[in-house]
Design a protein around this ligand. Structure first.
Ligand SMILES: [Zn+2]
Length: 83
């Protein structure tokens, strides 16, 4: 799978830190598997990984993204596959 930027080569398998906004909080997920361009750093997630992230977010307890009064606070999670 090639990178979309001109002059770049193929993407390599690696992991990235992926930030998502969920329930108005910013969640940072470490160790997300992705295809990463060694030239420009572009990362691409697979459909499967995006689904896993969605499941990960849905399984969070309501207060997992922070406590009340900490609006805007970010939370770090670690990517893990369900089941
Ligand atoms: Zn690139």
């Amino acid at each position: 799978m090639p990178c979309t930027s001109p002059g770049c080569t193929d993407l390599e398998a690696g992991t990235i830190t992926h930030a998502v906004v969920y329930r108005r909080r910013t969640l940072t997920i470490d160790f997300v598997p992705a295809a990463v361009c060694p030239e420009c750093g572009e990362a691409r997630l697979t459909e499967e990984t995006l689904e896993e992230i969605t499941l990960l977010l849905q399984e969070l307890p309501p207060d997992a993204a922070g406590t009340s009064g900490a609006s805007g606070a970010s939370k770090r999670l670690r990517y893990s596959r369900g089941s």
